[in-house]
Write a protein that binds this ligand. Structure first.
Ligand SMILES: Cc1cc2nc3c(=O)[nH]c(=O)nc-3n(C[C@H](O)[C@H](O)[C@H](O)COP(=O)(O)OP(=O)(O)OC[C@H]3O[C@@H](n4cnc5c(N)ncnc54)[C@H](O)[C@@H]3O)c2cc1C
Length: 393
């Protein structure tokens, strides 16, 4: 038996730990038509060693849920760094510390064709490329193997990824390393790389550009607002295409769960089961509890699972406020619940590739007639209930 016999395709999270652990090269990652990668057998014969099953994050039995002991609202005090980060700039701070100590940072960046890939760096000047959320599944390549090599050579390593990637890394390494720090984030799910490609090709064409003209892409531009963040594409000639999350077709489809990886709808790594050292997320609702730290430019919530990291975070560059686990948990459903599949996900994925991205997606993300009617009624009732202005005599 190997992992392909024991894990259903719909459950595979594409972490590639099985491929990287196989001593005989019996497995390789192959992309399906939506560019989600799955392990497949090569022509080499399997020794039945069972390693591929041992490292599979889907096959690991769920442990007991352990509530993180320490939870903090966190903000990086270097404004430029925080503005380039998706929420409070925790990743950039930790990465900087690891590089200062001569370590290596593994995280996700765009490649030269605007695909999202995992890679590592030893140089501070590369960090901006790794900062910021990229709402596309990253191709992890052979990063687990490379991280293990660095650790075996005594180097400090910071590894950042989705909860399933971090869970897979732990199983792949199979033993604790003092010099390893793992960071995952609360994850809504990872979208299809093909859908991302199609969106990008259509949006550059609409704006009279080509992919080669792009200088920079961010999914979480916060110039106007952290809460109302925007996708921003900046061209080399300084043309800017920017749309906020209520108007950007790609973000709307992502948030409506139209093109997430199938396994994201039944995530086996939620609720902190990756056993990362810390988990980071947007602290939505922070204004209700700690208004003093909120300026609508980004606050992270940090769940500390490994107390030694708290000493690192307690730095003059960081603002930390202790908070209550329940406050963050309640406002961020992605911690405990998998994204519910869009009812027409399959129909969309079967047909999007030869349609106009923006026009076609509207059919799937438009609110239903009854929801639109309810909204109009709600607004009308609110207007009628509004207290009338008191007339001065
Ligand atoms: C696909 C995805 C879904 C998310 N869903 C939620 C959510 O539902 N709720 C929530 O509160 N937060 C979510 N986040 C996390 C959030 O957007 C921030 O990344 C997080 O709060 C850390 O912010 P930061 O400012 O400290 O770091 P940032 O500078 O934003 O750094 C983010 C880190 O994540 C890495 N990364 C970026 N994209 C990917 C990717 N596709 N795969 C693996 N690693 C990646 C980067 O390389 C970097 O190390 C999600 C992030 C991603 C990538």
């Amino acid at each position: 038996m190997n992992v392909i016999d024991s894990v259903e395709r719909k459950d595979c999270c594409g972490c590639s730990a099985c491929v990287q652990i196989c001593p005989e090269g019996c497995l390789e990652m192959k992309a399906d038509r939506h560019s989600f990668c799955f392990p497949e057998l090569t022509d080499r014969s399997c020794l039945d060693c069972g390693l591929c099953q041992r490292v599979c994050p889907v096959l690991e039995k769920d442990g007991e849920f352990v509530e993180p002991q320490e939870v903090y609202a966190v903000r990086n005090l270097r404004e430029q760094v925080r503005m380039k980060s998706s929420s409070g700039g925790v990743f950039a701070f930790l990465a900087g510390r690891v590089l200062d100590e001569g370590g290596v940072v593994f995280a996700a960046r765009f490649d030269s064709e605007w695909r999202v890939v995992h890679d590592c760096t030893e140089r501070a000047e590369d960090l901006p490329r790794f900062m910021g959320s990229k709402y596309v599944q990253s191709d992890i390549g052979d990063c687990f193997t490379r991280a293990r090599d660095y650790l075996k050579n005594g180097r400090r390593v910071l590894f950042v990824g989705t909860p399933c990637q971090i869970k897979a890394l732990r199983l792949f390494l199979n033993k604790p390393y003092d010099k390893l720090t793992t960071v995952d984030f609360v994850c809504h799910g990872v979208p299809s790389p093909s859908v991302w490609r199609k969106y990008l090709e259509d949006v550059v064409k609409k704006n009279g550009m080509t992919l080669e003209d792009i200088q920079d892409i961010t999914f979480r531009n916060k110039d106007v607002s952290w809460r109302r963040y925007s996708v921003m594409i900046r061209a080399k000639d300084r043309t800017i295409v920017r749309e906020d999350l209520y108007h950007n077709a790609y973000l709307r489809g992502f948030l409506k769960n139209l093109y997430l990886r199938p396994s994201c709808h039944d995530c086996h790594a939620r609720n902190f089961s990756s056993l990362s050292d810390i988990t980071v997320c947007d602290f939505w609702g922070v204004d209700n509890y700690h208004a003093q730290i909120d300026d609508n430019k980004g606050v992270s919530a940090v769940f500390v699972h490994n107390p030694s990291l708290l000493d690192v975070l307690k730095d003059e560059q960081m603002m930390l406020l202790k908070t209550d686990f329940r406050k963050v948990y309640a406002a961020n459903t992605s911690i405990s619940l998998s994204a519910k599949k869009h009812a027409k996900r399959e129909e969309y994925l079967d047909n999007f590739s030869d349609r106009n991205f923006e026009r076609y997606i509207k059919r799937f993300i438009r609110k239903s007639f009854s929801k639109r009617v309810k909204r109009v009624v709600r607004r009308a009732v609110a207007v009628l209930r509004k207290p009338k202005a008191v007339r001065r005599k």
